[in-house]
Design a protein around this ligand. Structure first.
Ligand SMILES: [Zn+2]
Ligand SMILES: [Zn+2]
Length: 133
């Protein structure tokens, strides 16, 4: 499989993921809503070892949004880049919107639906979970 390319809005951060993404879902929690500035966050998981920065690794700033969860964003343009988890350093969370290539995986369900934005209606038939299944 070819690697999956990703970049931020300003182009300062560019990286590739050399292994298939997995675990794609839409998260409706309040933290994801704030971090994305949108109704929900579409994200997938990748192996940390498969992430290769082409440029801008030093531009990525990490914010600990909940204990042990560090959300990385571009310090120049604010694009979400990837999340790191203290308890699972071998995995990173990738927001699908940062990808330039088809991630191949598709979000398979919705989580944290009990925290969903009141102004957003889920209009697909994917399974919905109040929190995390
Ligand atoms: Zn940027
Ligand atoms: Zn979330």
């Amino acid at each position: 499989m070819a690697s999956t390319r990703a970049s931020c809005l300003c182009g300062g951060v560019r990286f590739e993921i050399d292994r298939p993404l997995s675990g794609a879902l839409n998260c409706h929690c309040g933290a994801c809503r704030k971090a994305q500035g949108s109704a929900f966050r579409s994200r997938a998981s990748a192996d940390s070892a498969a992430v290769r920065f082409a440029t801008g690794a030093d531009l990525v700033t990490y914010f600990e949004s909940s204990p042990g969860v560090r959300r990385g964003f571009c310090s120049r343009c604010g694009s979400p880049i990837m999340s790191r988890f203290d308890a699972r350093p071998e995995v990173v969370g990738i927001p699908l919107g940062v990808l330039d290539d088809d991630p191949v995986v598709r979000p398979a369900f919705h989580v944290h639906v009990e925290s969903k934005a009141v102004w957003h209606e889920i209009s697909d038939d994917l399974p919905q979970y109040a929190r995390i299944p």
